[in-house]
Design a protein around this ligand. Structure first.
Ligand code: FES
Ligand SMILES: [Fe+2]
Length: 394
């Protein structure tokens, strides 16, 4: 279950570029497509897992997601106009209802019976609009529990950044918190290199805990009034393909010896919700929310945390995009250490899901991929694999 030998280095075979393709996209799953407030009665374009989508709201406020290609000559529908619950193409006025059916062709009496565009399942939860690109019937219960973002007992701030990098590199980054003391030295940076690290897969969900011994209080927590030493437990809950809930619980310690102060047993949790939705094979929309369970009404603190969180994600962005460029330029090496365990186990889970998906409905998925130009849908077997054990020991 745990990982006991902190000095171990796990050598992996050198992988040629042909063995390190871009991460394939899982299709039968929920992805965050947009923040609730982004989707309005004005059509917006967004590419999700390779699919060009147009998003808008009906008169009643329901979100709609259609493929962003008119079935007549392929003009993007987001250039058109929403009329009542439907969207009218900007070129010749073909009009499509929320199911994708063409209900009007202005140049003739009635539309051809087979004229339609693809529609996607869509729902709204936790302040985001989610889409399901796959052919299988979606299960709303498969939306990750990001209920901290609902704001009951939590103060929430959120945003989205576009990274010029494969989404799985972002997942690797979130699951490998050993980068925090380097990349986030000026913000959340905590010197917890000696933290105990364990990962365990339960029912296809990866649970990780990084429990750090007493350490100097990082800059942000000093600004929150913490004393000179803290202890931190960072949890990571990964749900394939790209969702990671990461509650960070910080305990204030009273002295250099690391004894918890009975008179000031301060303990706070900052829960970071991460969802780097793949856009293309090499870009992603990194949706995030930061929820805290302390000082709920302190607006100055909200602004500070928002500013620091965005700064931290930009720090990640700089590094992850640099990693992507290096890979694009032919980086062929690479080996894993203890801290890479979470990312490797997550890739294993994703690989299994892709294999299942390919086995479930290869013909339907392949037809859909063909019908959705611009989407990448490589086979599961193209994922780089490593040697794993289900107990989390590489
Ligand atoms: S391209 Fe859309 S109506 Fe002609
Ligand atoms: Fe980071």
């Amino acid at each position: 279950m745990g990982y006991s030998d902190g000095s171990s280095v796990i050598r992996e075979p050198v992988l040629a570029d042909s063995q390190m393709p871009n991460t394939p996209f899982l299709r039968n799953c929920w992805y965050i497509a947009a923040a609730t407030e982004e989707v309005t009665s004005a059509p917006m374009a967004r590419r999700i897992a390779g699919e060009r989508m147009v998003l808008y709201r009906t008169v009643g406020g329901a979100p709609v997601a259609l493929i962003d290609e008119c079935c007549h000559r392929g003009v993007p529908l987001h250039l058109g106009t929403v009329i009542d619950d439907s969207i009218q193409c900007a070129y010749h006025g073909f009009t499509f209802d929320p199911s994708g059916a063409c209900i009007r062709v202005p140049s003739q009496k009635s539309p051809p019976p087979n004229a339609r565009v693809r529609s996607f399942h869509v729902l709204e939860r936790h302040g985001w609009v989610w889409v399901w690109p796959g052919a299988r019937t979606p299960d709303p219960l498969l939306v990750p529990d990001f209920s901290e973002a609902d704001g009951k007992g939590w103060t929430v701030t959120r945003g989205v950044l576009t990274y010029q990098a494969e989404y799985q590199h972002v997942v690797d980054n979130i699951l490998d918190l050993s980068h925090v003391s380097f990349v986030h030295r000026s913000t959340f940076g905590s010197d917890d290199a000696l933290a105990a690290l364990s990962f365990k897969e339960i029912d296809g969900i990866l649970h990780g805990v990084r429990a750090a011994p007493p350490m100097p209080t990082p800059p942000l927590y000093r600004r929150l009034g913490f004393s000179e030493q803290i202890r931190q437990t960072k949890e990571m809950i990964y749900i394939a393909p790209c969702h990671v809930k990461a509650p960070i619980t910080t305990f204030d310690l009273s002295n250099v010896g690391g004894t918890e102060n009975e008179d000031m047993p301060r303990q706070v949790t900052l829960c970071i919700l991460n969802s780097p939705t793949p856009e293309t094979a090499k870009t992603c929309h990194y949706f995030w929310a930061s929820a805290r369970n302390f000082d709920l009404g302190d607006e100055t603190l909200t602004s500070l945390l928002r500013e620091q969180t965005i700064k931290a994600f930009q720090e990640d962005q700089l590094i992850i995009e640099a990693e992507q460029r290096s890979r694009d330029e032919g980086f062929r090496g690479g080996f894993a250490v203890r801290a890479d365990m979470g990312g490797r186990m997550a890739r294993r889970i994703l690989s299994r899901r892709l294999e299942q998906e390919a086995g479930d409905s290869p013909r339907v998925e392949s037809n859909l991929a063909n019908a959705s130009r611009g989407s990448a849908n490589p086979t599961a077997s193209s994922l780089p694999m490593a040697n794993y054990r289900s107990d989390g020991i590489c």
